[in-house]
Design a protein around this ligand. Structure first.
Ligand code: URP
Ligand code: ZN
Ligand code: ZN
Length: 466
């Protein structure tokens, strides 16, 4: 019983239970949960009045990502610092295949970007851009290296978009290698036509980003991808689902007992199309794909989260500064043409806070909060039971939330390297008090107490959701 740490008396919340107890940590793992006796010299943290939840798992980040003529403001150092201050202890980032190049090259590049530079544990998905028949064996080798999920795009023609044959080949291969396809579902061909038409008519402002990417373009792609996965006989996971109509496709598939899963993101729950109509070029802050949807859509997504039509909330953290600087072009690249605004927005630091606020406001139960921020992500992405759970044997990734303290979100105080925050000046109920990564105290209030390079690569198991 050589405990290294005991957290006393917090209210422990798991995906299924809520109770007051102590947590003992030994060698980076949770050793016991209950009423714990120990020698006096064990480091003790007073958790009374605080809520203990498993460290957040954000399965959708883009750190150090080159995209649309820009590179994200956050690399692994600043992005993971933002994550840990926001109560997220694991991220899954996207390695990106270059067209015509091996998947392995992309994976090696992402290892280089991350190794020794992250404050949180991390894993990778692989973005597949092209997949000739001879590339299929390479997919298997990527799974063998602990990267068991592959993102494909039905949007961004000429950059990332795959045709149905490529998507079907990838889906079919996951049956053999235990991988899973994560789909960006928007009909890129239709969107391209709408974008060209809008620009030809002189419609250049940020709001046209949303007006040229209708809900039905997302719903159609979602329906088509579900059909392709059903023919292949494999699970499929939809990333950053934004539209209620797309969610209805997922719901209908699940009602037919198909293994179809989806995440949404806080921006689709808290922001809306109306943000594109902010004065001047401010709407560019919210240019992301899929876009924010009209007010009212968010109510459908909240219902979907409550009903388990949506299983996960991730962030799609993809931060571009508004202003260019330090050799990095910003969103102002698209001042005269909305289609040139780098797509993406920051979020890794605010996900847990925004969703905990929803708990305090009675929109989510505390257990559902844990499920969608940690337990379901761990299960779906081959990290469970090591991650996503507060119980003996799990990594001691623990977040203590002070439910009585308020937190005001601002670019002035956030830890991401980006020059704005989409939730500027919003005050939430609840504040992150302590964050532990494998038993090491990383955050104490507003201080980073752990090493910024504490994070380790996580080899994920092949995924077999059910
Ligand atoms: O606008 C977004 N979502 N940018 C990141 C790339 C992606 O599609 O996830
Ligand atoms: Zn995407
Ligand atoms: Zn993304």
């Amino acid at each position: 019983m050589g405990y290294d740490l005991i957290i006393r008396g917090s209210t422990i919340v798991t995906a299924s239970d809520t109770f007051v107890a102590d947590i003992a940590v030994e060698k980076g793992r949770i050793a016991a949960v209950g009423h714990i006796h120990s020698a006096d010299d064990v480091k003790t943290v007073n958790g009374r009045g605080l809520v203990a939840v498993p460290g957040g798992i954000d399965v959708h980040t883009h750190f150090d990502m080159p995209f649309m003529g820009a590179t994200t403001a956050d690399d692994f150092t600043s992005g993971s610092a933002a994550a840990i201050f926001g109560g997220t202890t694991t991220v899954i980032d996207f390695a990106i295949q270059k067209r015509g190049k091996p998947l392995q090259e992309a994976l090696d590049t992402w290892h280089e970007k991350a190794e020794g530079k992250t404050a949180v544990d991390y894993a990778f998905h692989m973005i597949v851009v092209d997949l000739p028949e001879k590339g299929l064996k390479e997919m298997d080798r990527i799974v063998d290296q602990g990267v068991s999920t592959f993102k494909l795009f039905m949007a961004y023609p000429g950059i990332f978009m795959s045709d149905d044959a490529t998507i079907f080949r990838a889906l079919t291969r996951t049956k053999e290698n235990g991988g899973m396809v994560c789909m960006h579902a928007e009909n890129g061909g239709v969107i391209d036509v709408l974008v060209k038409k809008a620009l030809a008519e002189g419609r250049i402002e940020p709001k046209y980003h949303a007006l040229t990417r209708p809900m039905s373009a997302e719903a159609e792609a979602t329906r088509r991808a579900i059909a392709l996965a059903e023919i292949a006989g494999v699970p499929i996971y939809f990333v950053h689902l934004s539209a209620g109509d797309a969610m209805d496709e997922v719901r209908r598939a699940r009602e037919r007992a198909l293994p179809v899963f989806a995440e949404t993101c806080p921006q689709y729950l808290y922001l809306s199309y109306e943000d594109y109509e902010r004065p001047g070029f401010e709407g560019a802050k919210f240019v992301m794909s899929p876009p924010l949807r009209p007010k009212g859509n968010e109510e459908r997504l909240w219902k979907g989260l409550a009903q388990n039509w949506l299983q996960v909330v991730s962030t799609d953290h993809c931060s571009f500064c508004m202003k260019s600087g330090g050799g990095k072009p910003g969103k102002e690249l698209g001042k005269k043409d909305f289609s040139k605004i780098p797509n993406g927005a920051p979020g890794v630091e605010t996900r847990m806070l925004l969703l905990w606020d929803a708990v305090q406001k009675g929109r989510l139960s505390p257990n559902r909060f844990v499920e969608i921020t940690a337990t379901a992500p761990a299960k779906l992405f081959g990290l469970y039971p090591r991650k996503g759970h507060l119980g003996p044997g799990a990594d001691a990734d623990i977040v203590l939330i002070d439910p009585k303290k308020k937190h005001t979100i601002s670019a002035k105080t956030h830890h991401a390297r980006v020059d704005y925050n989409p939730y500027e000046s919003r005050t939430v109920d609840g504040s992150i008090r302590h964050v532990f990564l494998r038993g090491k105290q990383m955050v104490d209030g507003d201080r980073l107490t752990g090493r910024p390079s504490e994070g380790r690569f996580l080899r994920r198991s092949p995924v077999s959701p059910n």
